[in-house]
Design a protein around this ligand. Structure first.
Ligand SMILES: [Zn+2]
Length: 279
């Protein structure tokens, strides 16, 4: 058994429920979209990936996908906390370098990349691992909660492929990816009841796109710059007005930039809206 399977098997049941829980105000609508029965979600061994099979109305993911996404979640969670603290204390820069305060951010990112390169990667050298049995209110439990939310974004992206009747083999792959991104982001945010929900969901979306960016970084070796940040921006642009005032969105853009660019200037203090700087 791979470490990826051993460390993520405990998530599978919660994972199947996650697309209904990220936007609970639409859970009945999602079930109706699926025709009354949840579409099948299988987690198997294999390279880090999620895939939709529109004809069979099935979604397949892998343990390596889950563990690498969990590592990105744990990493971005630290990054968000550092960025918020830095902005609140008036700093204009955080240096994310080996040995510095943000070194776990890099170690978790590197562990995620190693797992994306090889699903048999041993997790024993990674700085943290998931505890699927953690109390919901504990630090590990909070990470689990954000991880499941981020996983639900990836799953809803795959649901978008199925709902939109996308083709598996087509010359329109890029267009289909953008359409599925936009479908998922709209599904998750459109009826969010308030700002705290929107902020949490935006963080989950940010994590999902960073994970997608790491997959691209490994698989598309000729690409010099991961397109995750652009896909994220496109998905929100396609969604329209509702996201424009989101401070979480602003920080997400920064997190995406920081994740792929180890030493990065924070946005100017006057661009961080007051509502966000409350700890
Ligand atoms: Zn896709």
């Amino acid at each position: 058994m791979t470490d990826a399977e051993r460390l993520t098997s405990g998530f599978v049941q919660a994972l199947r429920e996650s697309p209904f829980r990220i936007a609970p105000e639409r859970s009945h609508e999602l079930l109706a979209t699926m025709g009354g029965e949840p579409w099948i979600l299988e987690i198997i061994n294999g390279p880090a990936n999620f895939e939709a099979f529109p004809k069979r109305k099935e979604i397949e993911g892998t343990h390596a996908a889950l563990l690498s996404l969990w590592a990105v979640t744990a990493s971005v969670n630290i990054l968000w906390r550092l960025a918020r603290t830095a902005i609140a204390s008036g700093q204009s820069q955080i240096a994310i370098e080996p040995g510095g305060p943000g070194s776990e951010i890099i170690e978790l990112k590197n562990a995620a990349l190693a797992l994306i390169r090889s699903e048999a990667f041993s997790w024993s050298g990674a700085p943290a691992e998931p505890n699927t049995l953690a109390e919901p209110s504990s630090p590990d439990g909070l990470i689990n909660n954000i991880f499941l939310a981020a996983a639900s974004v990836v799953i809803l992206h795959e649901c978008g492929h199925i709902a939109l009747g996308h083709q598996v083999h087509t010359t329109l792959m890029h267009q289909q990816e953008r359409e599925a991104d936009a479908w998922a982001v709209k599904w998750i945010l459109e009826q969010a009841p308030g700002e705290p929900q929107r902020e949490f969901r935006t963080l989950a979306i940010c994590i999902a796109f960073i994970w997608i960016g790491l997959i691209d970084e490994v698989r598309q070796t000729t690409a010099t710059h991961p397109p995750a940040s652009q896909r994220f921006a496109d998905a929100f642009d396609a969604f329209g007005d509702i996201a424009n005032e989101s401070t979480a969105l602003e920080i997400s853009h920064y997190a995406l930039k920081a994740f792929f660019d180890p030493t990065t200037d924070l946005p100017q203090a006057n661009s961080a809206k007051d509502g966000f700087i409350d700890g």
